[in-house]
Design a protein around this ligand. Structure first.
Ligand SMILES: *Cc1c(COP(=O)(O)O)cnc(C)c1O
Length: 463
């Protein structure tokens, strides 16, 4: 690598780390001014390094800072050094994961991660898995496997008859989207009602499946969510698994958000019954602090993976057994090494270290909920054993509050909707944060509102 580029990288890195401390939320550039404010143009002629480095610096320094202690906006955040190290090496090495010939020991890195997750999940000896581009793709792969498992001829002949799929009303939108992509139509996804805690009601699920069967549908797929995207609720997997067994339907557990509870002795009970599922996915780039993206999907029967995703290609698969040619069980052809960054983290801190990260996130969520419960200006909307903390402050419109906090570079946090309510949704997913960062989060909101009262409250005229 060009030594000047490397030097510039180090210098940029130092500037960024400093900026993250001094100015944890970058002043956003309004989207409509973006192309005027930054020189993003691509032109016929190249530019001298000096100017190039300057442009690069402007770009890097104006980009949202997701690793800071004021970023609570999405279901990821923070930076784990060992994971970043792994990812940087993956870029340098630039392998493609499809064959053993090209990826070599990196195949083993991916396989060992999958094997360990299979073990943690309690899946059987015939289980296998792969790493997908994200939780949406993991769900897609599970849905395709379920579809093809039900209709073994589907990969060659296409979908026959009317199929139906089931997921809770609070599940991730990728389920509907994927149904459209896989040719069964988004309307074939049934929304199963949830209880007051946002958990799917298994009895309702069974009623809907039975009714659909009567009407000539083939129920092929049930999705249970471990950590719903807004409330962070866990569907009761064991009871849903019993329904799926009785009704002979594939059960997938979407653990993109909180499937990592599996690593915690204290919180593993939230995934009770997981060993009876047919497939399970978890995003290491959410609770497990790995850079985007790293999504692992496992299934009980490796034949299902091959049945849906393996196609022969003589030009590609020239050495080693299929077991080491990962392209036989993945969606993509060329595939980035998303395994190494998770492996470097796991190897360095151990399963215990991952457990501590998970426990810390639940602990920080408890701190946040305690704070909200003890302060009458707040209303709490979420429940215990969830790392999504949903609330409103002084009855302020949450959309207005979150947008103002962002525009004035005070805090990155988003709002969510559930059950007809709108609220601020913060997440305690950054395990680098400590209790003080959580308390500062609330202090920031309180002083921001106090300083900007005119934005949030109608002026009242004293008579
Ligand atoms: C984030 C999330 C997904 C989607 O994962 P991506 O990696 O963003 O595609 C799916 N399901 C749930 C429950 C999620 O929280």
């Amino acid at each position: 690598m060009n030594p000047n580029d490397f030097q510039e990288f180090q210098s940029l890195m130092q500037s960024l780390f400093q900026a993250e401390k001094e100015e944890p939320v970058v002043q956003p550039i309004p989207a409509e001014e973006l192309f005027d404010r930054l020189d993003l143009n691509l032109q016929e002629e190249g530019i001298p390094d000096e100017i190039f480095y300057q442009r690069l610096r402007e770009l890097v320094m104006s980009t949202p800072r997701t690793a800071s202690n004021k970023f609570f906006n999405q279901l990821f955040g923070g930076r784990k050094s060992k994971a970043v190290l792994g990812d940087m090496l993956a870029v340098l090495l630039n392998n493609s994961m499809y064959t053993y010939k090209v990826a070599g020991p990196m195949v083993g890195v991916e396989k060992i991660i999958i094997r360990n997750i299979i073990e943690l999940a309690g899946f059987g000896n015939e289980a296998d898995g792969t790493i997908a581009t994200g939780g949406s793709m993991s769900n897609f792969m599970a849905m395709v496997m379920a579809r093809d498992y039900h209709g073994q001829e589907t990969p060659t002949q296409g979908v026959q008859g009317k199929v139906s799929l089931y997921t809770s009303e609070y599940s991730h939108y990728s389920i509907r989207k994927n149904a459209a992509l896989m040719g069964v139509g988004a309307d074939s996804v049934r929304k199963v009602p949830a209880d007051e805690f946002g958990k799917m009601i298994p009895a309702k699920l069974e009623e809907m499946i039975i009714q659909d069967k009567k009407e000539g549908f083939h129920p092929v797929f049930v999705n249970a969510t471990a950590g719903t995207t807004v409330l962070g609720a866990f569907d009761p997997i064991d009871e849903i698994a019993a329904v799926c067994k009785r009704q002979e339907v594939w059960l997938h557990v979407d653990g993109a958000y909180c499937g990592a509870a599996l690593y915690s002795k204290k919180y593993k009970h939230l995934l009770k019954g997981l060993e009876s599922a047919d497939s399970f996915s978890v995003n290491a780039h959410k609770m497990l602090g790995t850079p985007l993206t790293c999504s692992i999907i496992i299934c009980q029967d490796k034949k299902a993976l091959h049945h849906s995703f393996s196609t022969d290609a003589d030009y590609l698969y020239q050495t080693a057994s299929d077991e080491f040619n990962l392209g036989k069980t993945s969606f993509q052809c060329g595939r980035r090494n998303d395994a190494l960054k998770f492996w470097t983290l796991w190897k360095a801190i151990g399963t215990k270290g991952l457990e501590e990260m998970v426990d810390k996130q639940f602990h920080l969520a408890d701190i946040a909920r305690d704070y909200i419960r003890n302060h009458p200006d707040y209303t709490l909307y979420s429940f215990d054993e969830s790392i999504s903390i949903c609330f409103n402050y002084k009855g302020i419109d949450p959309e207005k509050l979150c947008t103002s906090l962002y525009e004035k570079a005070a805090l990155m946090v988003g709002f969510g909707r559930s059950n007809g309510e709108v609220f601020v949704r913060t997440v305690s997913i950054n395990s680098n944060n400590n209790e003080e960062d959580i308390l500062n989060f609330f202090k920031t909101i309180e002083s921001f509102v106090a300083e900007n009262e005119n934005l949030f409250f109608e002026a009242t005229i004293n008579s």
